[in-house]
Design a binder for this molecule. Structure first.
Ligand code: TXA
Ligand code: MG
Length: 315
């Protein structure tokens, strides 16, 4: 459905009440989470979920994350296990997604799982997201609220720039705190798997779990299909591990370097993660190729480098 205008909503009880009625009506509502803005639809309404794929121009084989208000709500949808209990207790609400086998009577549209017999679930940490999910009282399917393959949105303005006119509303709660998508862990097989690096580091998860996460091989067929190589793509070419910009480039720096925008002068990876997508949006608007400083491959740096490699991948 094409909307003449996308309504920008605040975070008052009335505004969230309006967002809930839009979701119940099968409309799309973008909402803040602590990671990035999500493009939400009622996960039980197939037609509503179909609109997500249409609005994003997303390949239909790519399954979506179901967002719920609590661990108890998650347990209604998936077959829970000991590892899930340990990880959810430690990291929810927060930037961690768990992939588990679907449970009988789950009620989730098969468009959410793209026909898989597993479901990705998470309880987001942002307070507005919590209020919205509690008021809605059901699972909200939500990918990042950007056109497929483009830079993820960390503000309501990013959402409007990419999807304004194609969705009913966006709930504006300012910039996202973490700024990187959730870490995705698969708990459906014999070994826990890291399906996507993200806002919680691999090491923190392994420490809590007392087990090593296996990295999903990119050759595998099921995998997180979101592992499409080119993703988060600015319009111009991206060059990684640059020490300085070439004449035609703008520079995204890290640490003490001369650059147009600095992810973190002090070399703080958390600060860099929170700035990453916003700065890519801003540099994108400068219509020049982008050079990027090297980022250490530790902690959140793993997820930052994952996103940057995709932004730099051949299209
Ligand atoms: O932080 C986040 O995770 C954000 C916010 C909005 O919650 N959402 C997000 O969604 O990044 P999206 O759709 O951009 O990425 C979801 C990822 C994709 O890589 C998808 O393939 C994977 O989750 N995924 C979803 N269901 C899956 C499943 N059953 N098995 C394996 N991977 C799955
Ligand atoms: Mg995305």
């Amino acid at each position: 459905m094409k909307h003449e205008r996308t309504v920008s909503l605040g975070t008052s009880k009335e505004a969230l009440g309006h967002a809930v009625s839009l979701l119940r009506n099968g409309d799309l509502v973008a909402f803040p989470t602590e990671t990035v803005y999500g493009l939400g639809a009622d996960a039980r309404q197939g037609e509503a979920v179909a609109q997500i794929y249409a609005a994003k121009g997303r390949p239909s084989f790519n399954p979506l994350i179901a967002h719920v208000a609590s661990i108890d709500d998650a347990k209604q949808l998936v077959r829970w296990n000991d590892r899930a209990e340990v990880l959810a207790s430690a990291f929810w609400p927060g930037p961690l997604t768990l992939v588990l086998p679907l449970r009988d009577g789950h009620g989730i549209s098969s468009l959410v799982t793209a026909g898989l017999d597993t479901l990705a679930v998470r309880v987001p940490g942002n307070e507005t997201a919590q209020k919205l999910l509690n008021a809605f009282g059901g699972p909200v399917a939500a990918p990042s609220a950007n056109p497929s393959g483009k830079i993820s949105p960390t503000s309501a303005q990013h959402v409007l720039d990419g999807l304004g006119g194609s969705i009913a509303a966006v709930v504006d709660d300012g910039p996202c705190e973490v700024g990187l998508e959730s870490t995705i862990v698969g708990l459906f097989g014999p070994h826990p798997m890291l399906l996507r690096p993200g806002g919680v580091s691999k090491r923190d998860i392994e420490t809590v779990l007392g087990e090593t996460l296996q990295r999903q091989s990119t050759e595998g067929s099921i995998t997180a299909p979101g592992q499409l190589l080119s993703h988060y793509a600015p319009n111009e070419r991206v060059r990684l591990n640059a020490t300085e910009p070439r004449a035609d480039e703008v520079m995204l720096g890290f640490g003490t370097v001369n650059c147009d925008l600095n992810l973190s002068q002090s070399g703080d990876l958390k600060e860099a993660a929170a700035n990453l997508f916003d700065y890519l949006h801003r540099l994108n608007a400068m219509h020049a190729p982008i050079a990027v400083s090297p980022i250490p491959e530790t902690g959140l740096g793993v997820a930052i480098n994952d996103r940057l490699r995709r932004a730099a991948a051949p299209r």
